[in-house]
Write a protein that binds this ligand. Structure first.
Ligand SMILES: Cc1cc2nc3c(=O)[nH]c(=O)nc-3n(C[C@H](O)[C@H](O)[C@H](O)COP(=O)(O)OP(=O)(O)OC[C@H]3O[C@@H](n4cnc5c(N)ncnc54)[C@H](O)[C@@H]3O)c2cc1C
Length: 386
């Protein structure tokens, strides 16, 4: 057996022995996900055990270096671990903005002290992070942000407002873009980390069309931030912000179309048999999903080998989120008017319409589809700007 075949066999045996049965059931809603953090209430003992067991092995972040709490796996091993988890239906042990977004940015831009301090906490799910990018009037044109950090010698004093801050009311810390020089639009932004319990931080939930309220308005009123909580150079936070956005877009792109998801044609075979138009749409969708997965896998391999085009995450984000919206349109079409009910068996107690409405946000969060198309046309197709 080759080394990788050995690794696959050992991984499978380890997962079979260690992943609790409850952590192999399908995730039905938000409260089945493990977010970790200071105030997180585990749904059951199995959820906590699974997080701790995986974290101990470094497998909440399998491809991070071991000295920062990771598993030290190479890209091929990481892929095998994901495949084996998918085939055994093991849940992800931790959902985390720290893993998906901040961690990669810290690995790239952080000081050694910052890596040693923050990364293991992220890997163990001890700190829940939120993202302070958008402001009223600064979404797509993010670089126009106005939240200001005034230099007070050994610390900054931060004043301003963020908006659409997902889970700000549940997060422990924030990674935040702050203007530190008012004279230069791009080279006047710094990337700061601070505790959401700092004096002067407050949040206000925003209710969504789906009836949920995962995000907030976030206010900073004379918040004191120590100087060593900057990531990257002073006024060069835009570089960190863009790097992080690449990872965010990659993460959002794959959200609804993971490899363990059944084909929509198979899932709705009975409907497909009776309705030729839907049958054709299911088939077209399943073909497009396979093509998307092949593209994602190719891009991920290229990215890990340092050969990827920097705008590839924009292509993935555009294609993945538009496809995910289509998937939920088809689920609703297959379910008919019953699927629209807010409280019933047919709508899976509202999960179907909530899931469908939530996908409307996929092509907005992390940069809208229009912005992705702008980037693709300029940076990949080399079309002239307006
Ligand atoms: C579910 C969800 C979660 C989010 N979570 C967070 C979070 O945790 N933290 C955070 O900081 N932000 C978060 N956001 C905010 C998100 O990043 C912004 O909504 C997004 O960047 C768009 O900005 P905007 O809402 O200000 O829209 P605008 O920028 O005002 O855009 C409005 C419309 O104009 C279009 N448009 C704007 N400029 C152009 C252009 N140059 N060319 C063509 N069309 C254009 C846009 O595509 C869009 O259709 C979240 C958003 C959603 C929906």
């Amino acid at each position: 057996m080759s080394d990788l075949e050995n690794f696959r066999a050992e991984t499978r045996a380890w997962l079979e022995a260690n992943c609790p049965a409850e952590m192999r059931l399908p995730i039905k809603g938000e409260d089945d996900m493990c977010w970790g953090g200071r105030n997180f209430k585990f749904k059951n003992d199995a959820q906590k055990l699974w997080l701790d067991t995986m974290a101990q092995r470094g497998w909440t972040v399998p491809d991070w270096p071991k000295e920062y709490g990771g598993g030290g796996l190479n890209p091929a091993e990481t892929k095998i671990l994901k495949q084996e988890m998918a085939s055994l239906k093991c849940r992800s042990p931790l959902s985390s903005f720290g893993i998906w977004m901040l961690g990669p940015a810290l690995l790239h831009f952080g000081t050694e002290e910052q890596k040693k301090h923050y990364l293991p906490q992220i890997a163990r799910g001890e700190i829940r992070w939120c993202q302070g990018y958008s402001e009223p009037g600064s979404g797509s044109d993010l670089v126009s942000l106005q939240t200001y950090g005034e230099d007070k010698g050994d610390h900054w004093v931060v004043n301003g407002q963020k908006v659409w801050t997902s889970y700000a009311d549940k997060a422990d810390w924030i990674f935040c873009l702050v203007r530190t020089d008012k004279n230069d639009k791009y080279k006047g932004i710094s990337f700061l980390l601070f505790d959401m319990e700092s004096e002067g931080v407050s949040t206000k939930p925003i209710k969504l069309i789906s009836g949920n309220s995962p995000f907030c308005e976030t206010f900073f009123d004379d918040v004191k931030v120590p100087k060593d909580q900057i990531v990257g150079e002073l006024n060069r936070g835009w570089d960190v912000a863009k790097y992080l956005l690449g990872h965010e877009r990659e993460m959002i792109s794959g959200g609804g179309l993971s490899a363990d998801m059944p084909s929509i044609g198979a899932a709705f075979a009975e409907v497909a048999e009776l309705d030729p138009i839907l049958r054709a749409e299911f088939a077209a969708f399943d073909v497009e999903t396979l093509a998307f997965r092949a593209m994602s896998e190719k891009f991920m391999d290229e990215l890990k080998a340092g050969k990827g085009h920097p705008a590839q995450p924009n292509m993935m984000k555009y294609a993945g989120t538009e496809l995910n919206k289509k998937r939920h349109e088809l689920i609703m079409a297959a379910g008919g008017s019953d699927a629209l009910e807010w409280e019933s068996e047919a709508s899976n107690h509202g999960a179907k319409p909530r899931g469908w409405l939530r996908t409307k946000a996929n092509s907005i969060e992390g940069g809208t589809s229009e912005i992705m198309l702008n980037v693709i046309s300029k940076r990949i197709l080399d079309l002239p700007g307006a």
